[in-house]
Design a protein around this ligand. Structure first.
Ligand SMILES: Cc1ncc(COP(=O)(O)O)c(C=O)c1O
Length: 367
């Protein structure tokens, strides 16, 4: 994939695409920027329906709210349970609580940041209504496995594709496997409008319930025309950018394959194509020459201008009053302690900048 020459500063984020500038100017000229709903939102919803092959794509104000609305659309509430991973975006746990339901924590698959499907079934109870699955840090969850289990046990699936828009998961677009799929258009995301989200479903009753819940004389959780206007041109470039990011990830993965202290996310299966909001690694302090801890590693990389951060804190330490825990969650606990993530903009950077990162990573921990 050739380097993106249309952008003078290829790893600037949000992107400085001329099409985005034109969309902003057009929204100003037409007055669309001051409208509630209109053709930009309609066009974005239609594009999302088309790319995900779903009947409804409801736009909303954030990925966090999209997860909550998905739960409400599934009529999940008090006395019911929702399975999610012991390591996930914190707002997902809160969204389950927000509808009055109880989170049930299941461990991750080793060397991944996604739910271990084999552990889900024994976590289900008579009260379980849904499984909430996120694709995290460049991994993809086994949605075929989740779907088969959910269908057999008659529970719903919420597929959180906030971190991997445009990814292909076992032959389908990420977000299209769930009874409901959710996307985020937050400021740092691969598709960004500063804030925003979307809820995907093919079930009319789910879409209808979300519409009724959101309607308070007005859509209470909207995405604006202006946000839709800047997202549309980004959708056009998403596949090419994701491909370019994959090339960079392959380069980093190959160059760092033998580094004992940095375990990359396992490569995805042949039917899938990942997308990278954050590229995850496990940082193994004990494998560095002098046992340097994760905070020191992150501070050093950040000081050199590389956007490395820690992963999520996970839910292993959540009080038993707030959730039901299935098993002892050792992989989730390790993920919370050891995950480091590389923010995506560098994956579109010049080869020279990528090479500088690789040299720093290779030199780290070497005496
Ligand atoms: C997996 C996951 N789900 C949901 C969200 C929430 O998205 P938003 O920031 O748009 O509320 C995020 C945000 O990072 C996320 O990573």
């Amino acid at each position: 994939m050739p380097h993106d020459e249309s952008n003078a500063d290829p790893d600037a984020w949000p992107p400085r695409d001329p099409e985005i500038q034109a969309a902003l100017q057009q929204a100003f000229a037409s007055g669309d920027w001051g409208k509630y709903h209109g053709q930009q939102c309609d066009a974005l919803s239609a594009a999302l329906r088309h790319t995900h092959q779903v009947s409804f794509a409801r736009l909303c104000c954030s990925g966090t709210m999209a997860v909550e609305l998905a739960l409400r659309g599934l009529k999940i509430g008090v006395g019911q349970e929702v399975v999610l991973a012991g390591y996930d975006f914190p707002g997902n746990f809160r969204a389950i609580e927000a509808v009055g339901a109880r989170p049930v924590l299941v461990d991750l698959l080793p060397n991944s940041w996604c739910l271990d499907v084999d552990q889900i079934e024994s976590a289900l109870s008579a009260d379980t209504r849904a499984i909430l699955v996120s694709h995290l840090h460049g991994g993809v969850a086994d949605m075929r496995g989740v779907r088969a289990l959910a269908d057999r046990r008659e529970v719903a699936v919420i597929e959180d594709a906030c971190q991997n828009p445009g990814a292909i998961v076992q032959g389908k677009p990420a977000g299209a496997w769930g009874d409901v799929g959710v996307l985020s258009f937050g400021g740092s995301k691969l598709l960004t409008a500063g804030r925003g989200g979307a809820i995907l479903t093919s079930q009319p009753e789910i879409d209808q319930r979300i519409r009724v819940y959101s309607e308070r004389g007005n859509d209470a959780f909207p995405l604006s025309e202006l946000q839709a206007a800047v997202l549309l041109p980004q959708l056009q470039r998403l596949a090419a950018r994701n491909a370019q990011r994959q090339t960079a990830v392959d380069t980093i993965r190959n160059a760092c394959a033998k580094l004992p202290y940095l375990e990359p996310v396992s490569a995805v299966d042949e039917e899938s194509q990942a997308a990278y909001f954050k590229l995850g690694f496990r940082y193994l302090a004990e494998a560095t020459a002098d046992g340097t801890d994760r905070d020191t590693f992150l501070a050093a990389l950040q000081a050199q201008g590389f956007q490395f951060g820690e992963g999520f804190r996970g839910f292993v330490k959540r009080s038993a009053r707030r959730c039901r825990v299935h098993g002892s969650l050792p992989i989730s606990a390790a993920a919370a302690e050891s995950t480091v993530v590389l923010h995506h903009p560098i994956l579109l950077a010049t080869p020279a900048k990528l090479d500088r990162l690789i040299q720093v990573l290779r030199g780290w921990g070497v005496k």
